[in-house]
Design a protein around this ligand. Structure first.
Ligand SMILES: Cc1ncc(COP(=O)(O)O)c(C=O)c1O
Length: 455
């Protein structure tokens, strides 16, 4: 049962490498045969423990084929990056360390490297230096954390200690969001007890950005959630002018920049993201466009005390200039996921991050042109890495999604774009090349020919 680390890690390394090596030759989403193997896991909990090697063998033999190949270059679903090699390697080493990333006391190394990673994130995204940074599981938790800070801050300013009294009888907070707000922002607001009835949704323009003329008057009890990167179109809300109005009114602006915030690391795109630095809090992901392993999100908050007020386990934060990690995020014990952010940023450098982002955007524009040339409709201005596509009618669009998913060369999912059925293609992986686009376009052509012949 107690096989040594040596044997197991060597075995794991070999299996992982042959998995990665085979990715380009397999279908992106597993078919039924590949999924059939999952039945092998339906065992009773063994009475006596099993050999570690045997467990690893089962995991690889029946688990690996049933994976979604988002580590390859042709997974275009949701907004999903692959993991850069150095981030996987750093993840393995950090797993061997098994550090508790709560504070300097539980792990000096995790605390130190995550602080460096946090400063680098502020630097590359050009957000206010000295902001609090916390590493969480993803943008959902980053937004949750930021909005907890906002709630604490706005109520505290009115003499209401939400930690002491909760929300019962508290001054009402109004939340303003885009009509195209990401569902996870609503989820975060729900978890915070903000109440869906207290949310005002602002209509959007043709590319999915908030129509600034329709933003209601803001006040000191308002939180405005804007998007740096609409999940479908990639569009940015007019963040600079919303921040100016919010600043004058004493409102809090939170930016959901799960992937789009990384546009600020690409000088050619930075104009689109102008003024984003004027907000109060930001949520982004490492596991999307920075291509770190799951799970890795980042909460950034201009007001250190507000974030600590929401999450500190002691009153010490009031005195501390810079609290422990556990006082900046919801978790107490957690893995040091910031190490992978550090490894990605150090290995790519500013130029590498710029190249990753810019190249994905170039490939998205190329893909859109090729699909348009095939007669498909591109619904959005491809300002970033996202493409919204349809095939005329809802029926033909659904048929295309189904046929492409069955064909297996690439994978993307359906979406709804301004009331219409569509599909979304997201180019977010460091692995995606022009060849991947060409192979995917060839698969589209094949399906169109088959569909044409069957009509
Ligand atoms: C704009 C936006 N916000 C938030 C999220 C949620 O991110 P996560 O899944 O990392 O929690 C996503 C995920 O796709 C997103 O695209």
């Amino acid at each position: 049962m107690a096989t040594s680390y040596d044997d197991l890690l060597e075995n794991s390394k070999c299996r992982a490498l042959s998995y990665l090596d085979a990715l380009d030759r397999r279908r992106v989403f597993p078919d039924d045969t590949m999924l059939d193997g999952l039945a092998a896991f339906n065992e009773n909990l063994p009475h006596e423990g099993r050999e570690g090697q045997e467990t690893l063998d089962l995991l690889d033999r029946h688990g690996s084929p049933a994976t979604v190949a988002n580590m390859g270059g042709r997974y275009f679903g949701f907004v999903v990056g692959g993991s850069l090699p150095v981030t996987v390697a750093a993840n393995w080493l950090a797993a061997a360390w098994d550090q508790v990333a709560s504070s300097q006391v539980t792990s000096p190394v995790a605390d130190h490297i995550e602080r460096v990673a946090g400063e680098w994130v502020l630097d590359i995204l050009d957000l206010p230096r000295g902001s609090a940074v916390g590493f969480v599981t993803g943008a959902t938790m980053a937004t949750f954390s930021a909005l907890a800070a906002a709630r604490h801050h706005l109520l505290d300013r009115q003499g209401w200690n939400v930690g002491e009294y909760g929300l019962y009888g508290a001054p009402q907070i109004t939340v303003v969001v885009s009509a195209e707000v990401h569902v996870t922002v609503l989820k975060a607001l729900n978890m915070l007890g903000m109440g869906q009835k207290n949310i005002i949704k602002i209509p959007v323009d043709a590319n999915g950005a908030i129509d600034v003329a329709q933003v209601p008057p803001l006040g000191p009890n308002t939180i405005v959630c804007v998007q740096a990167g609409n999940v479908n179109s990639g569009a940015f809300d007019p963040i600079e002018s919303i921040c100016a109005a919010a600043r004058a009114a004493g409102a809090w602006v939170h930016v959901d920049g799960a992937f789009g915030l990384w546009a600020r690391a690409a000088p050619a795109l930075a104009d689109m993201a102008k003024g984003v630095e004027k907000a109060d809090s930001w949520a982004t992901d490492g596991h999307k466009w920075l291509n770190t392993p799951y799970d890795c999100g980042v909460v950034i908050c201009r007001h250190k005390r507000a974030l600590a007020g929401a999450f500190s386990t002691s009153a010490a934060y009031l005195k501390e200039e810079d609290g422990a990690a556990k006082d900046r995020v919801p978790e107490f014990s957690r893995r040091a996921r910031g190490i992978e952010v550090w490894a990605a940023l150090r290995t790519l450098g500013r130029d590498g991050v710029d190249h990753l982002i810019s190249e994905n955007c170039r490939l998205a524009r190329l893909f859109a042109q090729e699909l348009s040339a095939l007669g498909l409709t591109i619904h959005n201005k491809v300002v970033l890495n996202q493409i919204v596509v349809s095939c005329g009618s809802a029926r033909r669009t659904a048929q295309m999604i189904e046929a492409m998913q069955a064909e297996g060369t690439c994978w993307f999912g359906q979406t709804e774009w301004q009331g219409q059925k569509a599909f979304r293609i997201s180019i977010s992986s460091w692995k995606t090349t022009e060849q991947d686009i060409a192979k995917s376009v060839a698969a589209f052509k094949k399906i169109l020919t088959l569909q044409g012949n069957s009509e």
